[in-house]
Design a protein around this ligand. Structure first.
Ligand SMILES: *[C@@H]1O[C@H](CO)[C@@H](O)[C@H](O)[C@H]1NC(C)=O
Ligand SMILES: *[C@@H]1O[C@H](CO)[C@@H](O)[C@H](O)[C@H]1NC(C)=O
Ligand SMILES: *[C@@H]1O[C@H](CO)[C@@H](O)[C@H](O)[C@H]1NC(C)=O
Ligand SMILES: *[C@@H]1O[C@H](CO)[C@@H](O)[C@H](O)[C@H]1NC(C)=O
Ligand SMILES: *[C@@H]1O[C@H](CO)[C@@H](O)[C@H](O)[C@H]1NC(C)=O
Ligand SMILES: *[C@@H]1O[C@H](CO)[C@@H](O)[C@H](O)[C@H]1NC(C)=O
Ligand SMILES: *[C@@H]1O[C@H](CO)[C@@H](O)[C@H](O)[C@H]1NC(C)=O
Ligand SMILES: *[C@@H]1O[C@H](CO)[C@@H](O)[C@H](O)[C@H]1NC(C)=O
Length: 511
């Protein structure tokens, strides 16, 4: 069976089971107005969901200068279909610390490989590199410049070259996860101000200080932080050490934190799919990780960004990051962050990284393809919508803490709800028994008379494909051009029932 007909059969199977009675039920009441959330930044940015592209993978994703990577173009345009906006891309990661720019280099990138098969140990880039970066099609760019082995003056020269060529640069970040290079956060903050100031002075002298997309006049904007592993370098610590005490002609546009749900670093064993997907685990991890930091950033009025994240650190793990469980996690994690005061999330990707939403080029004999988390990103874009007036709140679900419900309000009016069932369901159980489904009973706010839905599904949490709105994503991102399969639910006595299988999610829209 080809993947497309598989997913259509699957949706019909779901429909049939909806009638069965052995499923468990869960009640969710949708308040008429937005419940209190931790967001203090007004409406969510329509570009809340973005990607982070590994510096050394820029040419693989974007294509050689003049030869756009059409696979990437299609996947990027799919992610813009619902919101109408080009994604925000952060260009960075470990190789952000390991590049040298040569104005006279004729090839876009020369990679030198060491012991890590996932990343070059060093890259030399030429002006064509900036062209490839433009070919990624980002609507906003956060440009990572290196810190390691360079001095501020060298970085200033690179910044001038980059800002002369790269479109839509919104912010600059200096260094990736470089906390280990400093004895303490004060020393780091002091050094950053020296970098920021030098870069700003050079950009001004070259007439490039007006970052095109920032909306901030005449000042350069920096994303600070980009830390992963030492909480003293997180937002609260950075602010206490004076990251926002700026004396030069620049601003701190955001503070970025990096975080992964699990790790494959130095032989770590990736967490089981059931734990990766578990809503309980996602909530407790996100809460303990960010306690105090998002609040500190909000108090200082600096947007807090989950500037680099994904399922499993150190480039992901096959059998975990490329499964549908990781897709369910992606949707849940992005929605949860949107309720906790984050300004945005950037999911990291590299050429052969197991968690990248798509592999952009042929690797050995494997053609470019799409991973299940891409379908989850489409579901998130459906949830946030195009209005620019979305706010999201998590709603309590009675009965089961592996179930999650998020309500999306537009201008304080309930517009959509996302229902996620993070219980484990494997492909090996070929036909879903009724007991694998939960019937969410939604108590609708008055005035809602129509409810329709689109489903994020797969044969199971361990499947290596994902399906969104009736279409399977694996071979490429072209299904995004097909008409979505829409389910209709009949309200009765102010309620609707929506059946969601274990390891599945549904985005319900109201009218
Ligand atoms: C706000 O954040 C705190 C700590 O991160 C969390 O315990 C609480 O549930 C959050 N409240 C809402 C409404 O999301
Ligand atoms: C680029 O210029 C540097 C010195 O400015 C020189 O050493 C190098 O050989 C040049 N490379 C090319 C490819 O012309
Ligand atoms: C941070 O490290 C620097 C350099 O070692 C040192 O001079 C300074 O006292 C330290 N500051 C704090 C607050 O520990
Ligand atoms: C770069 O920063 C250092 C340290 O803050 C400062 O001494 C130097 O004057 C700066 N150079 C430029 C060109 O701004
Ligand atoms: C940009 O400049 C204009 C005119 O000087 C000013 O009114 C506006 O407040 C400035 N915006 C920001 C974000 O600084
Ligand atoms: C930063 O500025 C604030 C407000 O002016 C001040 O209270 C704080 O002491 C300063 N922090 C540092 C490390 O200079
Ligand atoms: C490509 O082949 C090489 C050599 O067999 C292997 O080490 C590497 O893991 C392969 N890469 C991928 C992404 O499969
Ligand atoms: C199926 O799910 C169970 C947990 O419910 C898990 O222990 C098992 O490893 C899974 N099997 C596969 C093939 O994923």
């Amino acid at each position: 069976m080809n993947p497309l007909s598989w997913s259509l059969v699957f949706v019909h199977t779901c429909g049939a089971i909806l009638a069965a009675s052995a499923q468990t039920t869960a009640s969710v009441t949708i308040p008429k107005t937005l419940p209190k959330t931790n967001s203090s930044i007004g409406f969510l940015d329509t570009r809340f969901l973005g990607l982070s592209i590994e510096t050394s993978s820029t040419v693989d994703f974007g294509g050689e200068p003049g030869n756009v990577n059409k696979f990437t173009t299609q996947c990027m345009s799919g992610l813009s279909k619902t919101t109408g906006l080009g994604l925000r891309l952060r260009i960075g990661g470990s190789t952000e610390n390991r590049f040298t720019y040569h104005p006279n280099q004729t090839t876009a990138i020369i990679s030198t490989w060491g012991s890590n098969p996932d990343q070059p140990s060093h890259i030399d880039i030429g002006p064509g590199f900036w062209t490839s970066m433009n070919q990624l099609g980002g609507g906003r760019i956060i440009l990572g410049l290196s810190d390691e082995g360079t001095n501020p003056q060298e970085q200033a020269t690179v910044a001038v070259a980059a800002l002369s060529a790269v479109k839509n640069v919104e912010q600059i970040e200096v260094g990736n996860e470089i906390q280990g290079h400093y004895p303490n956060v004060s020393a780091f903050v002091q050094d950053m101000h020296s970098f920021y100031n030098n870069i700003t002075v050079a950009l001004k002298a070259a007439g490039k200080s007006k970052l095109k997309a920032s909306g901030w006049n005449g000042t350069t904007v920096f994303e600070a932080g980009d830390m992963c592993c030492d909480k003293t370098f997180f937002a609260a610590g950075l602010i206490a050490a004076g990251i926002n005490n700026v004396t030069g002609d620049y601003r701190i546009g955001s503070i970025s934190a990096h975080d992964y749900a699990g790790s494959a670093c130095s032989g770590s064993i990736p967490i089981p799919l059931s734990k990766l997907m578990s809503h309980t685990n996602t909530v407790s991890r996100t809460t303990s990780r960010n306690t105090g930091d998002i609040a500190a950033a909000q108090a200082a009025k600096i947007p807090w960004a989950q500037g680099e994240t994904n399922s499993i650190s150190c480039q992901g793990a096959a059998g975990t990051s490329d499964t549908f469980a990781a897709a369910v996690w992606t949707l849940d994690d992005a929605l949860l962050l949107s309720t906790r005061g984050a300004a945005r999330v950037n999911f990291h990707a590299g050429t052969n990284y197991r968690y990248a939403p798509w592999q952009p080029i042929l690797i050995n004999t494997t053609a470019p393809y799409v991973r299940p988390n891409y379908a989850a990103m489409l579901a998130f874009q459906e949830a946030i919508g195009a209005s620019g007036k979305a706010s999201i709140a998590e709603l309590p679900v009675a009965g089961n803490n592996l179930l999650a419900a998020y309500a999306v309000y537009e201008s304080n009016v309930p517009a959509r709800v996302v229902l996620i069932n993070t219980n484990m369901y494997n492909t090996s159980s070929s036909a879903a028994p009724a007991s694998a489904f939960t019937s969410f009973s939604l108590t609708l706010p008055s005035g809602v008379t129509h409810a329709t839905g689109k489903r994020l599904t797969a044969p199971g949490a361990d499947a290596l494909v994902g399906s969104w709105a009736g279409h399977t994503y694996h071979a490429d991102c072209s299904p995004v051009n097909l008409a979505d399969v829409i389910e209709t639910y009949k309200p009765s006595n102010g309620k609707v029932a929506v059946s969601v299988r274990n390891s599945e999610a549904v985005v319900v829209s109201f009218k």
